[in-house]
Design a binder for this molecule. Structure first.
Ligand SMILES: [Ca+2]
Length: 382
């Protein structure tokens, strides 16, 4: 469901304007995420990908245009065995139980993929991201209640989600107060059509859907990390610690990551210096030399999301290079396939999700980009 957010917003509008009593926000917008979490979506993008040459993830054209493989800008992460899962009182249910995991060594980008890197990819391949593609009504209506009227063409334009602070403190259970659909928002226009990435060349690329990240990986000869690899790397050699740097609070003394300081979602003191994304490598590295494994932008992983993943894993003994479940499931949005995202973002705050913890997990729809969602790549030893 590529346009999960858009559909949800359309339904809200329709419910308000046309008083379709049975069509409410809760009938469709069921994501568990609110403050900083990305969202959901499913097979629609796959169909669009199949029909759009430049968006075809597995297309030969991308392979033909494949970049020469390189480990430049990557850090070798030595393999090892660790206890994967929740640390501290902020850990959520899906982070338990802790269980033993072994990962082989791999290469990992020292920082999140930047706008400069993504630009190189799009110029080499002609790739167009999902957020830059006009929604197709025929595909959308299949995901809507029968009889839902077609919205005005002015709404069916390319775009993405946008965060906007509220005027004051609000009920945090209703994220539509700070998230809205923004036409013309995409990775080249991260804050909407009037914005650009000039001066943000070294900021992480955002508004990238899973498919977009996957296409980049194929071109670069790399891949997305598994959840187990990501967490092992984020821990940076520390054991049983909450954050990549240890247990000290993110804002104790000097901020150690780009997060949200103040009252979410209405006041950001910007103690760390950034309201939205920060240039990569702006904060302290972890023990492996990796930047921004906490905060800045969420990062796609290759595993399907399932809240029971760890319970199943723990019952099977030590896991070696786990790849995640074969199917996804998000109880708050059961019809949308979702992949795992890690690391939290500049919107994370202790009052809400505190997802700049090494064990925090979040589900996200494969075809939905967000202004606080990016990725980094990894590469196996061989
Ligand atoms: Ca910040």
């Amino acid at each position: 469901m590529r346009y999960h957010w858009l559909i949800g917003i359309l339904l809200i509008v329709i419910a308000c304007k046309e008083q379709l009593g049975e069509v409410t926000e809760t009938t469709v917008v069921t994501d568990s995420i609110a403050c900083c979490g990305p969202n959901s979506g499913n097979s629609r993008a796959s169909q669009i990908m199949a029909a759009t040459k430049t968006n075809t993830v597995d297309s030969d054209s991308l392979i033909i245009n494949k970049k020469e493989g390189t480990s430049l800008g990557m850090i070798w992460i030595e393999g090892g065995t660790y206890l994967m899962g929740g640390e501290g009182k902020l850990a959520r249910q899906d982070e338990f139980p802790k269980h033993e995991v072994t990962v082989e060594g791999f290469w990992m980008d020292e920082h999140e993929v930047t706008n400069t890197q993504f630009l190189e990819f799009t110029e080499a391949t002609g790739y167009v991201t999902i957020a830059e593609t006009k929604p197709d009504w025929e595909e959308m209506k299949a995901q809507l209640p029968p009889g839902t009227p077609k919205p005005h063409d002015s709404i069916l334009v390319a775009g993405s989600m946008m965060f906007k602070p509220t005027a004051g403190a609000v009920d945090l259970s209703d994220y539509s107060q700070w998230w809205s659909w923004q036409t013309g928002a995409d990775w080249r226009h991260p804050q909407g059509p009037e914005s650009d990435i000039k001066g943000k060349e070294q900021h992480p690329v955002v508004h990238v859907a899973y498919y977009d990240a996957l296409a980049y990986c194929k071109w670069a000869g790399k891949r997305l990390p598994t959840e187990a690899e990501w967490e092992w790397a984020a821990r940076g050699g520390l054991e049983n610690k909450i954050y990549p740097w240890g247990d000290e609070h993110v804002d104790a003394a000097r901020p150690k990551a780009n997060t949200w300081q103040g009252g979410f979602p209405y006041h950001n003191s910007e103690k760390d210096g950034y309201f939205t994304t920060a240039p990569v490598k702006s904060f302290v590295v972890n023990g492996y030399g990796l930047y921004d494994m906490a905060g800045n932008v969420w990062e796609w992983c290759s595993d399907w999301y399932h809240p029971e993943t760890y319970k199943i894993a723990a019952s099977q003994g030590r896991q070696v290079n786990p790849q995640g479940p074969t199917q996804s499931f998000d109880p708050n949005d059961p019809y949308a396939p979702k992949k795992v995202q890690r690391g939290g973002s500049f919107l994370c705050n202790d009052s809400y999700c505190a997802s700049y913890r090494v064990s925090s997990r979040m589900p996200g729809s494969l075809d939905t980009g967000m202004p606080h969602l990016g990725f980094r790549t990894v590469k196996s030893a061989n």
